[in-house]
Write a protein that binds this ligand. Structure first.
Ligand SMILES: [Zn+2]
Length: 423
């Protein structure tokens, strides 16, 4: 039996141990490039020292544990031990500790057919400097050192100096790209951090990919006018644009099966006795399919222009940020689905709203998939983040099952991995 020595209850125990070591009454405190983060990594190294793996830190600060197999081709399993301040006890470290348990099981059975590498990505959360996916974007080549060099934390410390204190030379971070040279597949287990699995009463789901994002700032411009002396038909009310567009955007999201959010609205002059001269809103649109995301964006633009004419006001768009969707590998999604069904008796497929390190690996063309396990309350990045222990144990078993299937798939030539997509 391939799972004989797997002990998923040990993963639960180790996660509690990590929580006791690096958390406090407000939650997990493993913010990257802090002493607590270094302490957590020291603890992880102690765990890894009991397994026959080579451990080292790459140029971008990612920690790798390698179990050599009969082939140089590699199965990668990833997670992140860093947390947001006052974070939960599972985000990032569940993936990692489940991976440690899978490594133990595979190592106990002798030399695996392919090389297995567990990676603790460096600074997934970006909590201190506002740049998420630091280590994985260095490995994918998407990181631009000059864009992050002078980012400062709230004490005025620069990123370039903070990472140096942890053995990272920012100017060499992109050398870590070599780590994916032999990668044939990448697996990441994660808590869902949303309410979808909980609402369907499902323990786990196979992840289809990460959403692409269009994020813009939209400004409507009208005319300030006295709230008493200006008749309604003489007004050019900029807030009318925001109000109408907000409602239009909800319909656009439903029509295309995506999500659209207006998260911030401001008005000028912003006083009780004046018609609004200028109204600004943010728009965040997400979808798994790039053509549909483009259509959602176009619909929103068209609606804003129609509304501007109706309201006799001006409208201007400014891009804040954009990222393409990263659909995961079809064969791996199928195997993830099968693994979940075998362990949980039932599975489903769902997209990921949040970005993950898996998106950066996927960007390079390495076949990638994620497993989600249900989040209680549908909440994360908060100390109340939780998952039933029986679901945590199922998730370790499902990751282990998927690791076995993926090794066979790599041996059977299913993956052409290790080659980078031209960008
Ligand atoms: Zn995470």
């Amino acid at each position: 039996m391939p799972t004989m020595s797997l002990q998923p209850q040990r993963t639960v125990a180790e996660l509690k141990e990590l929580r006791a070591l690096t958390g406090d009454a407000d939650g997990a405190q493993r913010v990257a490039f802090t002493d607590t983060w270094a302490k957590a990594r020291g603890w992880l190294r102690e765990k890894l020292a009991q397994i026959p793996v080579d451990v080292y830190q790459d140029e971008a600060g990612n920690l790798w544990a390698t179990l050599n197999g009969k082939s140089e081709r590699e199965l990668l399993i990833g997670g992140h031990i860093d947390s947001v301040p006052n974070g939960g006890w599972l985000d990032g470290c569940l993936n990692l500790m489940a991976g440690v348990e899978v490594l133990r099981r595979i190592a106990a059975q002798g030399t695996p057919p392919v090389t297995i590498r567990l990676v603790d990505w460096c600074d997934e959360e970006g909590a201190r400097f506002g740049r998420s996916l630091f280590g994985s974007s260095a490995v994918s080549g998407a990181l631009v050192p000059d864009e992050v060099r002078n980012l400062t934390d709230r004490d005025g410390i620069k990123l370039v100096d903070a990472v140096k204190a942890h053995g990272i030379d920012l100017d060499r971070a992109l050398d870590a790209r070599k780590e994916l040279k032999n990668a044939a597949a990448y697996l990441e287990l994660h808590i869902e951090q949303g309410p979808v699995l909980l609402s369907k009463d499902l323990p786990m789901g196979a992840v289809l990919g990460t959403f692409g994002v269009e994020r813009h700032q939209i400004t409507f411009t009208g005319q300030a006018a006295h709230s008493g002396s200006t008749p309604m038909n003489h007004r050019r009310d900029a807030l009318g644009g925001v109000s109408k567009l907000h409602l239009a955007i909800r319909d656009i999201a439903v029509k295309h099966g995506g999500v659209c959010t207006v998260g911030k609205v401001t008005t000028e002059p912003g006083i009780v006795t004046s018609v609004v001269a200028q109204a600004m809103m943010t728009l965040d649109q997400r979808h798994l399919d790039s053509a549909t995301l483009a259509a959602m964006y176009k619909d929103a633009r068209d609606a804003s222009e129609r509304i501007a004419v109706e309201e006799k006001i001006g409208v201007e768009w400014k891009k804040i940020w954009q990222i393409q969707p990263f659909p995961f590998h079809r064969a791996l999604i199928d195997m993830a689905d099968e693994s979940i069904e075998e362990i949980c008796g039932v599975s489903s497929r769902l997209p990921s709203g949040p970005l993950h390190d898996a998106a950066e690996v996927c960007r390079t063309g390495v076949p990638t998939v994620m497993l989600f396990v249900q989040s209680l309350h549908g909440i994360s990045h908060n100390k109340i983040e939780d998952t039933k222990e029986e679901h945590i144990e199922m998730s370790v078993r499902a990751l282990d099952r998927l690791a076995d299937k993926t090794m066979q798939w790599i041996v059977g030539g299913g993956s052409t991995g290790g080659s980078r997509k031209p960008s």
